[in-house]
Design a protein around this ligand. Structure first.
Ligand SMILES: O=C(Nc1ccc(C(=O)N2CC(c3nccs3)C2)s1)[C@@H]1CCCN1
Length: 159
């Protein structure tokens, strides 16, 4: 796997001092964010929750990220029960219901070999479709809304 390659590269480098052991940089693209769907009026009358939403961290094109991400700790608003939700295997996602939008974090813990410190991603939960001018589109006729960001995790192999 990727870390085997890095270890081999380092061994090869160390075996031949004349080879420049410049740090090898690995870039891992990820997609993170949420989808949200309005709850049927009957259900939301029970709990005043208006939407069901799922927040997630994924690889690009469904690529597996569990070979370098050991677990993801989602931190929800403190009004949620057990706001710290740990997911130890893919899919790295949490589904909940709610009534509003708030900032949440996703802390990525990497497979130990990489030695990389965890990375915290910030995401503003989005439940409503917005007009171009940022105003909230009132009726969305129950269609889901999604808000995802693309980012790249960069691992540099120390020499
Ligand atoms: O909305 C916002 N903050 C929110 C925090 C938590 C929200 C939520 O949806 N829920 C709490 C959860 C529970 N209800 C009962 C038991 S747990 C359902 S909303 C801010 C303030 C206005 C603009 N954005």
């Amino acid at each position: 796997d990727m870390y085997e390659n890095i270890r081999n590269n380092r061994r090869l480098c160390e075996g031949f001092p004349q080879i420049n052991c410049a740090g090898v940089t690995i870039v891992r693209p990820i997609i993170y964010g949420n989808i949200a769907t309005p709850l049927p009026p009957k259900k939301s009358a029970e709990t005043d929750h208006t939407h069901k939403w799922t927040v997630s961290v994924k690889g690009v094109n469904g690529e597996d990220i569990s070979y370098f991400i050991k677990k993801v700790v989602f931190k929800l608003h403190e009004t949620y029960q057990n706001p710290l939700r740990t997911v130890e295997s893919p899919p790295f996602e949490i589904s909940e219901t709610g009534w509003g939008e708030f900032e949440l974090t996703m802390k990525l813990h990497f497979i130990p070999e990489s030695g990389e410190k965890p990375v915290t991603l910030y995401h503003n939960l989005r439940l409503h479709p917005y007009e171009d001018d940022g105003s909230i589109l009132t009726s969305n006729k129950g269609k889901p809304v999604s808000s995802f960001q693309y980012d790249e995790l960069v691992f540099t192999d120390p020499t």
